[in-house]
Ligand binder design. Structure first.
Ligand SMILES: *[C@@H]1O[C@H](CO)[C@@H](O)[C@H](O)[C@H]1NC(C)=O
Ligand SMILES: *[C@@H]1O[C@H](CO)[C@@H](O)[C@H](O)[C@H]1NC(C)=O
Length: 347
């Protein structure tokens, strides 16, 4: 218990640090303010809290629960896809729902970046938002709805019941280039993956922990095609597993391997259960993407993979802590940002 409390204190400190960095880097007025900090300090905006909407939208959690259950019944792949939307939102410019915005005549949005092409289930968030607008108009941000839906996704896939902070507000811009520059790639190895996580405001432990989300969801052959190229030096530890994947990815001819035509599960043992089999698979050389398998192959991260593969409680507790930490990245709170009426529509 003491350890968890310490971890959370540390996370609060880290998130404050991240908050000030954003102000400095992102907003020209804030950087002017910084230069003349002694004369005119920029007032700090409030941090996220638990239960931000308890009084203003008491039915929020039950709407999230009901609608997510409905959508999971329609499609069992919903949890993986909604969780992925949240990751993509937080990594590119912070958890402010910019991933949900369409491109405009002037600007190409995050959603249209090549890395976003396979994102899905925008309509789930839009559906929840419309129910929430009926119950409590103009109160709840799309950024918070996405965070709460992602937590519910983990729960409905059999993972931990996650607590989620709220109080985020929605951004008013979305840039394709931001998404491209922010997202880790499936072909990257530890040093590059770590750099992407650090750039986002996370660390190498979060990399190992949040990659555990690959215990659910699907992956296109194009995301691990690099591993069939001997020159790429990313062979499958389990050779016959690699051969099975190659046979699957080339069953309609070799051309499909680099397209988005074919996909398989990320965790072939229990594809729709949020559990520790992702880490078990890494140990036996059955990681699917390069960015998965390197978590075990690299000696810096291997001990953590072994610990999670042996201790579900430890993985679940760690996942909770990393989700809170990620959920605080570059958030807009207080008087910053807006509450959108529809998540895909510019305010
Ligand atoms: C698993 O992790 C939990 C949480 O950190 C810890 O309390 C427990 O002792 C661990 N179990 C084993 C068998 O190591
Ligand atoms: C966003 O674009 C998609 C097609 O790319 C369209 O179906 C959807 O209606 C648009 N959403 C909004 C809010 O304009």
């Amino acid at each position: 218990m003491a350890r968890i409390r310490f971890q959370q204190t540390l996370i609060v400190l880290l998130s404050l640090a991240a908050f000030f960095r954003v102000g400095d880097a992102g907003c020209p007025i804030a950087s002017l303010g910084r230069r003349s900090l002694k004369q005119a300090p920029v007032p700090a905006q409030p941090a996220l809290i638990f239960g931000f909407y308890d009084l203003t939208c008491p039915t929020l959690n039950s709407i999230i629960d009901t609608r997510m259950r409905f959508w999971v019944l329609q499609d069992i792949r919903t949890p993986g896809k909604v969780l992925r939307l949240f990751f993509h939102d937080c990594f590119a410019a912070g958890c402010e729902a910019s991933i949900l915005l369409n491109s405009t005549a002037e600007f190409a949005a995050e959603k249209d970046a090549p890395i976003s092409v396979t994102l899905d289930k925008f309509q789930v968030i839009e559906d929840i938002k419309s129910e929430v607008e009926t119950a409590c108009p103009g109160i709840v941000s799309c950024a918070d709805i996405l965070a709460l839906a992602a937590a519910k996704a983990v729960e409905l896939a059999g993972g931990p019941i996650l607590v989620t902070e709220t109080g985020r507000r929605d951004g008013v811009v979305s840039y394709l280039a931001g998404a491209t520059a922010s997202m880790p790639l499936s072909t990257q190895k530890i040093p590059d993956l770590e750099a992407m996580f650090v750039q986002a405001g996370l660390d190498i432990n979060d990399l190992v922990i949040l990659s555990g989300a690959h215990t659910i969801g699907e992956v296109h052959c194009s995301n691990f095609a690099d591993r069939f190229d001997p020159a790429a030096n990313s062979p499958f530890g389990d050779v016959s597993f690699g051969q099975e994947l190659l046979a699957f990815c080339t069953r309609n001819g070799a051309g499909d391997i680099a397209t988005l035509n074919l996909k398989t599960f990320m965790d072939l043992q229990t594809p729709n259960s949020f559990d520790i089999s992702y880490y078990v698979n890494l140990i036996i050389g059955r990681g699917v993407m390069t960015s998965d398998q390197v978590l075990f192959n690299d000696l810096r991260t291997q001990p953590m993979v072994r610990e999670f593969a042996a201790n579900r409680t430890l993985f679940f507790e760690s996942f909770q802590a990393s989700m809170l930490k990620m959920g605080r990245l570059h958030v807009l709170t207080g008087t910053n940002g807006v509450i959108r009426k529809q998540c895909g529509v510019y305010p």
